[in-house]
Design a binder for this molecule. Structure first.
Ligand code: AP5
Ligand code: ZN
Length: 207
């Protein structure tokens, strides 16, 4: 399948994608991870870090190029963190067809708590939360033993700015995809397991 997973920062996109890619054998195309891996790369717009550390969007040409290259190499995929505004959605439409758009709906105050408590594996990228999904041993990844870190943009002030940017730029895409009949809305405030059951059922009904 060719899917998008939409949702605010902290909605659980990365957490659900870890399971989705295994269960359905999809490529995980995530602009956030790709940009973090190239944070200090010089582009004609400056480095990605200069935008990301402020919680702002990296300019469209930079992310469009990443996505186009990754989609060329992928058969089935789930897009995580892209598109993030109307221009990116139109660009995506010009390069591929979609089977469905999953939307994880979560209230704003829940998002702040998820973001500020998140920990990420520096080795394999697995996601944890100090309260909602703690690792077996504090600071250490269950999957690979790597060290966990706190993302710079998960400090409360930057997290709030990311939510503002999301509401202004990305939220309108929900109505856009609902309008063309591709949106599948999932209650993202349930437990990680319960969200996963809904995600799995939705994708199975698409394929
Ligand atoms: P990106 O890395 O894409 O960040 P994001 O969209 O803000 O998403 P997150 O990774 O923060 O959240 P998530 O939904 O994956 O949540 P997670 O599963 O980790 O983007 C970072 C930056 O890169 C942007 O600010 C921008 O600068 C740039 N960028 C990226 N893409 C771009 C684009 N297309 N255009 C321009 N710029 C771009 O979960 C969060 C926490 O909650 C975890 O701790 C997890 O354990 C926990 N959790 C998850 N699910 C549950 C649950 N059901 N119950 C309780 N806890 C849960
Ligand atoms: Zn790991």
């Amino acid at each position: 399948s060719r899917l998008i997973i939409l949702g605010a920062p902290g909605a659980g996109k990365g957490t659900q994608c870890e399971r989705l890619v295994d269960e359905f054998d999809l490529a995980h195309v995530t602009t956030g991870d790709a940009l973090r891996a190239n944070k200090h790369m010089e582009t004609e717009y400056g480095t990605p870090a200069s935008y990301m550390d402020e919680g702002e969007l990296v300019p469209d040409p930079v992310v469009n190029e990443i996505v186009e290259a990754e989609l060329e190499a992928a058969d089935g995929f789930v897009l995580d963190g892209y598109p993030r505004n109307q221009d990116q959605a139109e660009y995506l439409d010009s390069i591929t067809d979609l089977d469905g758009v999953l939307y994880l709906a979560v209230d704003k105050e829940v998002l702040i708590e998820r973001l500020t408590g998140r920990r990420v594996c520096s080795n394999c990228g697995a996601n944890y939360h100090v309260k909602f999904n703690p690792p077996a041993e504090a600071g250490t990844c269950n999957e690979c033993g790597g060290d966990l870190y706190h993302r710079e943009d998960d400090q409360e002030e930057t997290a709030r700015e990311r939510l503002r940017v999301y509401e202004e730029n990305t939220q309108p895409l929900i109505e856009f995809y609902r309008g063309i009949g591709e949106l599948i809305e999932i209650d993202g405030e349930q437990s990680i397991e319960a969200v996963w059951e809904d995600v799995k059922t939705a994708v199975q009904s698409e394929v």
